[in-house]
Design a protein around this ligand. Structure first.
Ligand code: NDP
Length: 326
C-alpha cells in the first residue's frame, strides 16, 4: 500500500511517499481501508519536523482518517462499517491516516454519523471537531447569542473557519481576526459579521481593555490570547485551543479576578469518547455542509507534503481533504 513515511536516518528528518507492506502496520484490533484524510496544523508539523510531534520512527503521519472497516476484532465494528478517527496520538506515536490501510484500537474509533459523508468528515477533521468542542465549551459556560459578539482568531484556518460557520448558524454574531488581507469575502461567506486585522491583537496590550466580547475562540495563544482575555466582557468565556502565534501566554490575572472572565482549555486528542460522540452528532446537525464546499481543497496523497509546508507559512485557507483510496 502507499503511505507517507516520516523517518530520521542519520538525524536527517525526511518525509516521502513510499510503498509499505500491510504486515508492517502496528498492532490494533481494527483494520480500516482509509478513504480520506486531511491536513491539520499538527500534521504539517509532523511532516516538516518543525516541532517534535512524531515520537517514534518510521512513522505514518495523519491524525485523522475516515474509511471502511476491513477486519475487526472489536464487537462494536464489522467489516464495511464507516468509521472516523481523530487524535489519540495516531499519526504521532502510532501509524496514522496517510496510508491506504490503518490498524488501530477499536476504542479510538467512532461511527461516521448519519448526515456526514466520508469526504465531509475529513473536511471537518480534527480542526472542525475542535471548533465544535470550543463552541460546546462556550455554551456550557452559558454564553448565548444575545450576550454579544464572539471573537474568533486564526479565522481562515481550519478551526477558525468551522467555528465561524457553526456559531453564525447558531445565531451568534461573529468577529473574525485574520492576517490575510484578501480573506474578507471568504470570511463573510462563512458568516462573519466583522473582520479585524491580526496585527491589532499580536502586539503586547494592556492588562484590561475595553470590554468587547461575550466569548472568544482562540487558536493563536501569545499576545493575541492575552489581548482577547483583556477585551472579554464581565463574566465572559475564552476557549483556548491553539498556539499558531505562540506557546507563551504573556497575560495578567486582571481579566480573571476583576471581570470574572473564564479561560477554558480545549483538547481534542485525549477528549473522552462520550464527548467526541456528542461533538460529532452536533456537527451533523449544526454545521451547514454547503459551507464546507467553500472551505475545502481536495488533493491526492502525493500533494500532502508540499501542502503541509504551505499550511505552516499560513498560505492555505480553510480545510484540505486528502483522497487516499484509489
Ligand atoms: P491552520 O493552520 O489551518 O490555521 C491556523 C490559522 O492561524 C492560520 O490560518 C492563520 O489564520 C492563523 N495564524 C497563523 N500564524 C499566526 C500567528 N503568528 N499569529 C496569529 N495567528 C496566526 O491550523 P488549525 O486551524 O488546524 O489549528 C489552529 C491551532 O489550533 C494550531 O495551533 C493547532 O495546533 C491548534 N489545534 C489544537 C487542537 C487541540 O486539541 N487543542 C486541535 C486542533 C488544532 P489567519 O491568516 O486568518 O490569521
Amino acid at each position: 500500500m502507499r503511505a507517507i513515511i516520516v523517518d530520521k536516518p542519520e538525524n536527517q528528518y525526511q518525509a516521502s511517499v513510499q510503498l509499505v507492506e500491510e504486515s508492517q502496520l502496528p498492532d490494533g484490533d481494527v483494520s480500516v481501508d482509509v478513504e480520506w484524510s486531511t491536513i491539520n496544523y499538527k500534521d504539517a508539523l509532523a511532516i516538516s519536523g518543525k516541532a517534535p510531534v512524531v515520537r517514534s520512527f518510521p512513522m505514518v503521519p495523519g491524525i485523522d482518517f475516515v474509511g471502511k472497516v476491513r477486519e475487526s476484532g472489536d464487537s462494536r465494528y464489522k467489516a464495511g462499517d464507516y468509521v472516523v478517527l481523530n487524535g489519540w496520538g495516531v499519526g504521532e506515536g502510532h501509524w496514522g491516516g496517510y496510508a491506504q490501510i490503518a490498524r488501530v484500537k477499536g476504542d479510538w474509533l467512532i461511527p461516521l454519523p448519519d448526515g456526514i459523508t466520508p469526504r465531509y468528515a475529513m473536511a471537518i477533521g480534527t480542526a472542525g471537531y475542535t471548533a465544535m468542542l470550543c463552541v460546546m465549551a462556550l455554551e456550557k459556560h452559558g454564553i448565548q447569542p444575545d450576550d454579544g459578539e464572539i471573537l474568533i482568531t486564526g479565522a481562515t484556518g481550519g478551526v477558525g473557519s468551522v467555528a465561524i460557520a457553526l456559531l453564525s448558524k447558531l445565531g451568534y454574531s461573529v468577529t473574525a481576526v485574520s492576517g490575510k488581507s484578501d480573506a474578507a469575502e471568504y470570511l463573510h461567506q462563512l458568516g462573519a459579521k466583522q473582520i479585524l486585522p491580526r496585527d491589532e491583537f499580536s502586539a503586547p496590550g494592556k492588562p484590561l481593555a475595553k470590554e468587547r466580547w461575550a466569548g472568544v475562540i482562540d487558536v493563536a495563544g501569545g499576545n493575541t490570547l492575552a489581548n482577547a482575555c483583556a477585551q472579554t466582557k464581565y463574566g465572559g468565556a475564552v476557549a483556548a485551543c491553539g498556539l499558531a502565534e505562540s506557546m507563551q501566554l504573556p497575560a495578567t490575572v486582571a481579566p480573571f479576578i476583576l471581570r470574572g472572565v473564564h479561560l477554558i482549555g480545549v483538547d481534542s486528542v485525549m477528549c473522552p469518547r462520550e464527548k467526541r460522540l456528542a461533538a460529532w452528532q452536533r456537527l451533523a446537525t449544526d454545521l451547514d455542509m454547503q459551507l464546507l464546499d467553500k472551505m475545502l481543497t481536495e488533493i491526492p496523497l502525493d500533494e500532502v507534503i508540499p501542502n503541509a509546508n504551505a499550511l505552516l507559512v499560513s498560505k492555505l485557507k480553510g480545510r484540505v481533504v486528502v483522497k487516499i483510496a484509489d
